[in-house]
Design a protein around this ligand. Structure first.
Ligand SMILES: NC(=O)c1ccc[n+]([C@@H]2O[C@H](COP(=O)([O-])OP(=O)(O)OC[C@H]3O[C@@H](n4cnc5c(N)ncnc54)[C@H](O)[C@@H]3O)[C@@H](O)[C@H]2O)c1
Length: 361
């Protein structure tokens, strides 16, 4: 079996999770090089791995099979485009890019080149989520009426002060764009319908940043169902939590994570708990160890990308998921900016940079 060469570009916080995930998949992937503008950051991550400061030179010399794009979000577009055009598949961190047009472009390039993209949309890779997705899709819960998510991912000044790009419209966006986009992707994927309208409001309550630290939105789906969204970094950084619920005519599915501990509440329409069935099915499908997948979902993303390269199947969170989630998010921002409901998919490019000055300053 082929062993795929991985190069990580960007050696900060999330890259440490990639390093662990590569180690867990070491029978099939190996870390060939690290790239960062800071040599210190790369050496801190892995002192013995070959280091480059220039990603173009690194790609040319190392010719990796997989490039993990883990730089600040505002740099995703240029690096993802260059890497795919030079023969690499991607593990691309969320958000795919900072605009709907750029994300469409990355999706188109992946279609044209046949290069695979697995997005860092970790929630799709949590244990049991895949089973629930398939059951909702197969109609086992009946018609979906509505869904909701909250992401209360508290961050203090130390987080926002840790790098100049955080919380800026150009390179990060706010709580919806950074902390919530992959949860929105999950909710839309589970509901199995397509957003056709977005209505939203955003606010700044606590963090000293350019973008929002609180956002609320409603998506209307093409089957008439509604999705409600709350994303914030205003809450306690000692009690980070996120939860989604999908409500169906035949039952309700809720799953979440609070301070690192997962929760599960799956019930039929009579209120009978179905958790045990799903836990047993997950163990049969992935083994007992797969229940711990929420501890480092990046391990499952690498496994999925490996399978995709072996077999040609699309990754679970693929280029289309990356593009549509940015398009939905840009619709949410545009609705907040224009104080009106916005049609989805967007018919014109909208960028997080178009929000510059929204809160003044
Ligand atoms: N999927 C997830 O769960 C998850 C979690 C955290 C972060 N992320 C995403 O990962 C990305 C990085 O976030 P982070 O918190 O690790 O950021 P970070 O600031 O900790 O790390 C970014 C690194 O990129 C380096 N860098 C900057 N410009 C570069 C360039 N031109 N070439 C090479 N390296 C460069 C920086 O020196 C830094 O070491 C963001 O897009 C973020 O949204 C995803």
């Amino acid at each position: 079996m082929e062993n795929y060469k991985v190069m990580i570009i960007g050696c900060g916080r999330v890259a440490a999770k990639h390093l662990k995930a590569i180690a867990k998949n070491s029978r099939r992937v190996s870390l060939a090089a690290l790239v960062d503008v800071s040599e210190e950051a790369a050496k801190r991550l892995s002192p013995d791995t070959p280091y480059y400061s220039d990603y173009k030179k690194a790609i040319e010399e190392v010719k990796p099979d997989i490039v993990a794009v883990t730089v600040p979000s505002g740099l995703h577009y240029e690096i993802a485009k260059y890497a795919m055009e030079h023969g690499c598949n991607l593990l691309l961190e969320k958000p795919m890019t900072m605009s709907s047009g750029e994300s469409r472009d990355i999706y188109d390039i992946s279609q044209k080149t046949g290069k695979k993209i697995a997005m860092g949309h970790i929630y799709r890779y949590f244990p049991i989520v895949g089973l629930v997705h398939d059951d909702i899709k197969d109609g086992k819960f009946g018609k979906v009426t509505h869904g909701s998510i909250y992401v209360r991912w508290g961050h203090g000044d130390d987080y926002y002060g840790s790098a100049a790009w955080r919380g800026t419209w150009k390179s990060d966006g706010g709580a919806l764009m950074n902390q919530t986009i992959h949860a929105i992707d999950l909710l839309v994927w589970l509901m199995g319908s397509t957003p056709v309208e977005a209505a939203s409001m955003i606010s700044q309550r606590k963090a000293k940043i350019e973008a929002e630290d609180l956002g609320m939105a409603i998506l209307k789906m093409d089957d008439g169902s509604l999705a409600s969204i709350e994303g914030t970094t205003c809450t306690s950084d000692k009690d980070k939590c996120a939860e989604f619920s999908v409500f169906c005519e035949g039952g309700t599915v809720s799953m979440g994570i609070r301070s690192g501990k997962p929760s599960l509440n799956i019930r039929d329409i009579n209120g009978k708990k179905l958790n045990g069935r799903y836990i047993r099915r997950q163990i049969r499908k992935g083994g007992l160890g797969s229940l711990l997948g929420a501890l480092n979902p990046h391990t499952a993303i690498y496994s999925d990308l490996i399978e995709s390269l072996d077999t040609g199947k699309q990754p679970i969170a693929d280029a289309k998921a990356g593009y549509t989630s940015v398009d939905n998010l840009m619709g949410i921002y545009k609705s907040a900016k224009n104080k009106t409901t916005v049609k989805l998919p967007l018919d014109e490019d909208f960028s997080s940079v178009d929000m510059t000055g929204y809160f003044g300053g």
